[in-house]
Design a protein around this ligand. Sequence first.
Ligand SMILES: Nc1ncnc2c1ncn2[C@@H]1O[C@H](COP(=O)(O)OP(=O)(O)OP(=O)(O)O)[C@@H](O)[C@H]1O
Length: 216
Amino acid sequence: MLRVEGLARRYGEAAVFEQVAFGVARGEIVAVLGESGVGKSTLLNCIAGLDAPDAGRVLLDDTDVTALPEAAQARWRRARLGFVFQAFHVLPHLSVADNVALPLLLQGARDDGRVAAMLEEVGLAGLGGRAPRTLSGGQLQRVAIARALVHRPALVLADEPTGNLDPETAERVMDLLASQVRAQGSACVLVTHSATAAARADRRLRLTPHGIEPAA
Ligand SMILES: Nc1ncnc2c1ncn2[C@@H]1O[C@H](COP(=O)(O)OP(=O)(O)OP(=O)(O)O)[C@@H](O)[C@H]1O
């Protein structure tokens, strides 16, 4: 499971947040809500080790990720983490299948069968050879979800995954993300402004400058 303990991030004298502590069990989805600029993306980046917190620890299954040297942290990220972004970040020069295969290739563990199975899971069977520019926004986000989950990560971080989608597509994509995360037993932190997306989470937390608290 994921445990975040006493996390704080400052820029100069200004604290973005402090005393952020929460846990996420395997197979659980926790939504993090909060006003624009309160530090939700910064929090995800700190959990991922892409940004360095000023205080606190991030533990995943008892590994203190914050204490790992940079190279080990990068290896941990590649092996244990899946990230879904608002803007999809699907690489335009790679085919759909090669995009999904990336986390496996980065670990030297190419597995075409696994990629095909994942594409089928997200409803994109047969589209592996297509170029990303020939896909709709909803399809692109499904590619991104397949890529985030193909290596069965212990932790999935999703930053506004439905932010660029129309409401109907957003609901379908969120349902897909939730069912995949639960089926794989990953812990998932979902940052969102969308009440519909947050409703799909098991728990909702609100980030404030003073910490994090349960939200309705
Ligand atoms: N490199 C930086 N230097 C100084 N301040 C920064 C830097 N990066 C982010 N910030 C500030 O940190 C705060 C948190 O930003 P962040 O993007 O994490 O908020 P957010 O809650 O994700 O916002 P939104 O909901 O609008 O995406 C903001 O006030 C932002 O201006």
